[in-house]
Design a protein around this ligand. Structure first.
Ligand SMILES: Cc1cc2nc3c(=O)[nH]c(=O)nc-3n(C[C@H](O)[C@H](O)[C@H](O)COP(=O)(O)OP(=O)(O)OC[C@H]3O[C@@H](n4cnc5c(N)ncnc54)[C@H](O)[C@@H]3O)c2cc1C
Length: 412
């Protein structure tokens, strides 16, 4: 069988892989996406309970990739305020969008809609070929090319291979890249609800004793109540008890966990549970290979930055590849990959470590940690410049003077 020749092969057609395919298209490169799921599951992804908080920077990139206009308007939910609570303390740290000079801190968009529009946009590009229901059996990397072998005998030969195949990336493992993994020993349940009390477009993060709760506001009220997504984090055995409840029992349980602050829970949707494991690859590149999305950095969702960092990686790698292609240089050269590695590491490591630290401090139920975080939240609440900085970090508007590459400028 003749090999399939491409310039870039991306393994994994999740949000990161699809966005990279779209970002690279239109530059005379042939792009192949290899995905193990069938095409139907990519074209109409099932609801998975995740509401992704997107920064302003991410929205801008999604606009430039022609994704944003494809999202249903009633599935884009502005986030205007964020409140952080600790235990029974009445003090909350309150972060408002107006401290950033904008009317929202960011936007909540369901993950399956991001996947759907990213698929649509990538497949609208005639230089992108999708190989769905594909099983990779071997990867070979040489000085001048990478080869991906599928179980049906097909072979894809390219100048650059990209792993976008989740935080448990098999491509990363096949390349021998070690990865720091941290199992938080907890599970996160996400579920849409309608509640009696209004949410005022405010997200809550509540570090309570032995549980972490969050509430994500989902737009205007319906005749049945106010729509929101509840996020509950518990140790795995206790999560199993919550999963075993029927819908009525679950609604009562959630209302009680929020100490009645949501009023009655009128209805609950599908529940989805995710084990919480953070991952950070020791290298984001190897010969003819780059890692993006969760395959590079798998964040704990508490700071809501996983996909936002994924998009940063897409932007950075696409800028490098497009610049090399435009000048006729090698798009898989070691120097190019090393620059991507350095830049993406600098952009992600501080937030990855900070998130680990926040989770560690805010889920430690011993009294010194409880007192420390109560003090921290009170002090932070009084520090307007700190809160402004936090709001700007949440919104990630892009710092002045930050480098702006080809993807960032396209469509300007
Ligand atoms: C509960 C929860 C809430 C979250 N909230 C936020 C948030 O508010 N903000 C935010 O920015 N991020 C958030 N995230 C993180 C975000 O969902 C992820 O960062 C994002 O989905 C990662 O995209 P990805 O394309 O890298 O990987 P994935 O979404 O994991 O996609 C990987 C793709 O690769 C395919 N694949 C895997 N292995 C292979 C293989 N061997 N061969 C071929 N294909 C393969 C899979 O089928 C899949 O299609 C949240 C995550 C969770 C769990």
């Amino acid at each position: 069988m003749d090999p399939i020749h491409s310039d870039v092969t991306i393994i994994g057609a999740g949000p990161a892989g699809l966005c990279l395919a779209r970002a690279l298209s239109g530059a005379g490169l042939r792009i192949v996406l290899v995905e193990r799921l069938p095409e139907d599951a990519l074209r109409a992804p099932a609801f998975d309970g995740r509401e992704i908080a997107l920064t302003h920077r991410s929205r801008t990139l999604m606009q430039r990739l022609d994704l944003w206009r494809r999202l249903p308007v009633d599935e884009i939910h502005p986030l205007r305020h964020a409140h952080v609570f600790n235990g029974d303390s009445p003090h909350a740290m309150r972060i408002a969008a107006d401290s950033t000079g904008r009317d929202s801190l960011g936007f909540l968009v369901p993950n399956h809609e991001i996947r759907r529009v990213a698929f649509e946009a990538a497949l609208d590009s005639n230089d992108v070929t999708l190989l769905a229901s594909a099983k990779v059996v071997r990867i070979e990397r040489h000085a001048d090319r990478a080869e991906v072998h599928l179980d049906d005998g097909r072979r894809i030969v390219s100048r650059l291979l990209v792993a976008a195949d989740s935080r448990f990336s098999e491509t990363r493992r096949a390349a021998g890249i070690s990865t720091r993994m941290f199992d938080f020993g907890r599970s996160m349940l996400v579920c849409r609800v309608t509640q009696q009390e209004p949410h005022h477009d405010t997200a809550w993060e509540w570090f309570d004793h032995a549980q972490t709760l969050a509430l994500l506001p989902l737009g205007r009220a319906t005749p049945h109540g106010h729509r929101a997504s509840v996020v509950l984090t518990l140790p795995a055995p206790r999560m199993r008890e919550v999963q075993a409840l029927d819908d009525e029992g679950f609604a009562r349980d959630i209302a009680q966990r929020f100490h009645g602050r949501l009023g009655r829970i009128e209805s609950v949707g599908e529940r989805h549970v995710y084990p919480l494991v953070g991952t950070y690859a020791d290298r984001f590149v190897a010969e003819r290979l780059a890692l993006i999305g969760d395959a590079a950095v798998g964040m704990h969702p508490v700071t809501a930055h996983g996909f936002n960092l994924g998009l940063l990686g897409v932007e950075r790698l696409a800028d490098e590849v497009l610049a090399a292609a435009a000048s006729g240089a090698d798009i898989g050269a070691g120097a190019l990959l090393a620059r991507f590695d350095r830049g993406h590491r600098r952009a992600t490591l501080p937030l990855y470590l900070a998130t680990r630290g926040i989770v560690g401090l805010f889920t430690d139920d011993r009294w010194p940690a409880r007192r420390l975080r109560a003090g921290l939240l009170r002090a932070s609440e009084a520090l307007t410049p700190f809160k402004r900085l936090l709001a700007a970090t949440l919104a990630d508007e892009g710092r002045p003077g930050r480098r702006r590459g080809r993807v960032a400028q396209a469509g300007d």
